[in-house]
Write a protein that binds this ligand. Sequence first.
Ligand code: HEM
Length: 438
Amino acid sequence: MSTPESATPARTPPEPDLRFNIGDAADSLERMRELYARFGDIYRVYSPARHRYAYVINHPDDVKRVLVTNHANYHKGFGLDRVKMLLGNGLVTSDGEFWRSQRLMMQPMFHRRVIAQFGAMIDAANDRLMARWDQLAGGDEAVNVTDEMSELTLEVILRSIFGDDLDRLTRELGGNPFELITREPTRDLTFAYRFRQLRKLVSELAARRRSEPGEHFDFIGMLVSTRDRNTGAPMGERELVDEVMTLIIAGHETAAATLNAAWYLLSQHPEVEQRLHAEIDAVTDAGLLSLNAAESLPYTRSILVETLRLYPPVWLYSRRTLGPDVLAGYHTPAGVDVLLSSYLLHRHPQFWSDPEAFRPDRPEAQLEAKRPRFAYVPFSAGPRHCIGETMAMYEMTLHLYRFARRYRLCYPPRQPMELEALINLRTRHPLMMRLQRR
Ligand code: HEM
């Protein structure tokens, strides 16, 4: 890797003699894997649909430059038009000064002190799932783990946003109006249209919170009470609804995909499962696992860390250069796309030994000092890193802790999980697993 100073600005990175819409094409991950094998840590591909080049990077130093040290030179890249239709201008899709002020207003909502208080709510959602699974355990029917994880994480994010109003709404409307998110996995225009119909409900719920300030502990209440640090103004109505829609999608699918992959990996690695059982069975206090206690289960945590390494749900980050930059020693003009795939970075052979293997006790995963910080970015890094990381890790640890204490999930060995890499990385087909009481 050359430093920006040693670059020869006129040099352009290698490129294949084919043009395609990298990142949009359904087989982008496979093609990127091939192109990485041919060209290494940087190459560029012309996208006919976007009429511009995408520079694809895969070295931790360049990842650091784009996400952290020179982040001000980058805005969110392509693909956002589709996502914007769904989410509006929330934290995931916004940029510049607007993004900064929204992020500042929302950052305190994700403080550990707040997230710690969601523990009982997450536990209760797990209780309800467990009551259902207890009926199924030992039977012949397989459990659709993909759907179950999707429902669980949807419930958690909805309750963290709407609190008890979720039950009221479900009663009044004769069903949970947000269920379409799990029922309709395809994120197409029809879904976007139906999802947008829910905006009115969110506005009504926000209005309720405005009339009952301080009586509820949930994100929508916090969004209603937050104030701009400089102007003291509350968040606008439309902006607030955009942020709620964003939290629902960003907080739900990612955690669901990770838990799904974790159960798959555990079923294929009995030795890892045994060590997990040993760690969680040794906890004698049967009460709620606090945030601190959850973070003190090192092996359980490293299972999630390693799952996120192999199957990062946000598998592709896209950015666009505002001004020129130098990446891997190559001139990178203004107005081009820069792509990085955490999926490929997390399997970079220079930084990960036996990169395809699931090894929660791998030294690089355990000891952050043993790997370059930017070879592992499942939650991104720098100012745009995931605001929900602490919540996600707590939610996922609590689930594994509760459920692995009680059940084993079995999946035919050596039947590999097939992946689908679209906006998020997920399983192409639902995982049907047999449930056993331990
Ligand atoms: C395993 C679970 C999760 C993973 C792997 C994950 C991953 C990520 C990544 C990689 C980004 C940055 C994307 C980019 O820069 O292009 C991101 C951003 C974001 N995530 Fe998460 N996320 C998870 C859970 C959550 C949860 C639970 C919430 C909310 C409750 C959440 C809310 C957000 C938001 C609002 C952003 C945009 C932040 C910004 O740009 O300021 N995420 N997430």
